[in-house]
Design a protein around this ligand. Structure first.
Ligand SMILES: [Zn+2]
Length: 359
């Protein structure tokens, strides 16, 4: 007997997307970057930083002693030591970090990079290049996810944290050992718990990276004046936010995360919850946040076939980069922006790293 269909077809849907796109165009970017002088830029920068800090709930984060604890110290490859450090980032909130320490090459203190992770790589395990875990090895292959290890091989001390919801910091919903759980993150669950409390995932991750920067200062072994940040995808998002809000970050590498919000996060509205900050688009687009990086050395990596660029592809990238360039131009430092564009999909691109870093 044929089973009776339990639903009916809908011939026409009455949706909101087009109206929201129009609304963003009409009402968005109230705090856009438009300064014509360095003095105006400085005023805009202070105001915008305060605004962004408040939107992401940074004022609601609680300070505490870091209480660093070294849980493990092993040699991995090329003489690189890998330490596992546990830091208290808020009272009773802990962040495990892999610290990759290459051999010293001369008398000078080693320079440092923070390397926050993106999605689907089990947090620090892929960034620090832990290929002994087969599921992680596959993701390293796919996304070139081991950028922490790549930087350590170039002679930098690289701090690869589990950001909130990733790796050993997954909340209860995804703590299983299945590959789909191990590689995944609990951003959705964190966003649900945090936002009604005036906090956001971006705010929590930015706070934790600020604490990691404090740790470098507190440890005092490495060059504190030349700290950089590198990240791909969700790690690029964290790199953008940390560097935009904290001048202690002197060199910025953002891979696969620089585009306009309307195409890439409003139209592509199935993206992860960690990307979404209540009220953000009323005030800025991503290029405005990027304008806060001026005039520090900045590498932006964009792949022409990255689906996250949205339906207009590279046009959606170039428009935001033009806003950032305008800010650098005020300082006569446009040449500090290195835009690495290649034909490929959503993955990290290590080919020109050394060239960029050697200036
Ligand atoms: Zn996420």
């Amino acid at each position: 007997m044929e089973e009776k269909k339990r639903t009916i077809p809908i011939s026409r849907f009455y949706t909101c997307e087009e109206q929201l796109v129009k609304r963003m165009k009409k009402k968005g970017r109230k705090n856009r970057f438009s300064a014509e002088t360095k003095a105006d830029y400085e005023i805009w920068k202070q105001e915008t930083r305060q605004l962004l800090k408040s939107l992401i709930g940074l004022h609601n984060m609680e300070d505490c002693p870091l209480k660093p604890d070294c849980l493990e110290r092993v040699e991995i490859e090329d003489g690189i030591i890998r330490e596992k450090i546990l830091l208290q980032v808020e009272p009773e909130v802990y962040m495990p970090v892999y610290v990759l320490i290459p051999p010293k090459r001369g008398e000078e203190k080693l320079k440092c990079f923070l390397a926050p992770p993106g999605h689907q790589g089990a947090g620090k395990y892929s960034v620090a290049g832990v290929r002994s875990i087969p599921a992680v090895a596959d993701k390293i292959e796919l996304f070139h996810y081991d950028y922490g290890l790549q930087m350590a091989k170039l002679g930098y001390v690289v701090l690869c944290p589990d950001c909130r919801g990733f790796g050993e910091r997954r909340e209860a919903a995804l703590q299983g050992e299945e590959e789909s759980e191990f590689l995944n993150s609990t951003c959705f669950h964190l966003a649900h718990m945090a936002e009604p409390l005036g906090m956001t995932v971006i705010g929590m991750c930015t706070w934790d990276l600020m604490r990691l920067t404090d740790y470098i200062k507190e440890r005092g072994e490495w060059d504190e004046e030349s700290i950089g940040c590198v990240g791909f995808s969700g790690g690029g998002m964290q790199t953008l936010w940390l560097s935009a809000l904290d001048d202690r970050i002197k060199t910025v590498i953002i891979s696969g995360y620089l585009y306009g919000y309307s195409d890439s996060l409003l139209r592509l509205n199935g993206n992860c919850s960690c990307n979404y900050v209540p009220h953000l688009w009323e005030y800025v687009d991503m290029g405005d946040i990027g304008a806060l990086l001026a005039p520090r050395p900045l590498m932006v990596q964009s792949a022409r076939s990255d689906h996250l660029n949205g339906y207009r592809g590279m046009d959606n990238v170039m428009e935001q980069l033009a806003v950032i360039r305008k800010a650098y131009r005020l300082f006569g430092k446009e040449n500090e922006i290195y835009h690495d564009v290649w034909d490929g999909g959503h993955c990290f691109h290590g080919e020109h790293l050394e060239k960029f870093l050697k200036g």
